[in-house]
Design a protein around this ligand. Structure first.
Ligand code: ZN
Length: 194
């Protein structure tokens, strides 16, 4: 089992280096992507950046399977604009917001286990990325997919959600599931003094 690097390791705070032209399509990149995909599914999670398994390359994988969403109420999925996302790979991605609307939801991270906090994110983003073989792709994403992309691309820049969260909302996942998961975010913020 591939170990996920936990907060406290400097690699999570170090910007990843771009994948070079002659590395695109190489067996090394294919192996890295395969290892990351396995680690993501084992965790399980919806996104993983290469530095979360100790690699310094600007590579991330994203996948939000329908089975992960079955535990959530349809109204919550609709509010979060969350739909299944097929596995896709980001290589040297560049992100820009689309519009200026921000949305707030609780968010977690495999490198900060058993914790969660409210994190403001752009509602919509555009990401220019390469595939693992070097083809250019431009993704437009809204809602939960946009949030995952912002979270993973932050990792590639050495940033984590705790840098952007409302710090007063940080709590254990256990507390979140026990008493906050069905509380509207505006009410959570009021109760937490945000
Ligand atoms: Zn993370």
């Amino acid at each position: 089992m591939t170990e996920i690097v936990l907060a406290g390791e400097p690699v999570l705070r170090t910007p990843c280096r771009p994948v070079l032209d002659d590395e695109l399509g190489s067996p090394e990149i294919a192996e890295l992507v395969a290892t990351m995909t396995t680690a993501l599914r084992e965790a399980p999670g919806v996104g993983l950046a290469a530095n979360q398994i100790g690699s310094s390359m600007a590579v991330a994988v994203v996948e939000d399977r329908a089975e992960y969403q079955q535990v959530l109420a349809p109204e919550r999925l609709a509010a979060q604009e969350r739909e299944p996302i097929d596995l896709h790979v980001l290589v040297n991605p560049e992100l820009e917001p689309v519009g200026d609307e921000q949305v707030e939801w609780f968010e977690g991270c495999l490198s900060l286990p058993a914790l969660t906090a409210i994190v403001p994110r752009w509602r919509s983003v555009r990401v220019r990325t390469l595939t693992s073989t070097g083809e250019v792709e431009v993704l437009e994403a809204t809602g939960w997919h946009a949030r995952i992309l912002q979270h993973e691309i932050d990792h590639l820049h050495g940033r984590m959600y705790v840098d952007r969260m409302h710090s007063r909302s940080l709590m254990t996942s256990e507390q979140y599931l026990a008493r906050w998961r069905d509380v509207p975010i505006a009410e959570c913020k009021a109760l937490l003094g945000i």
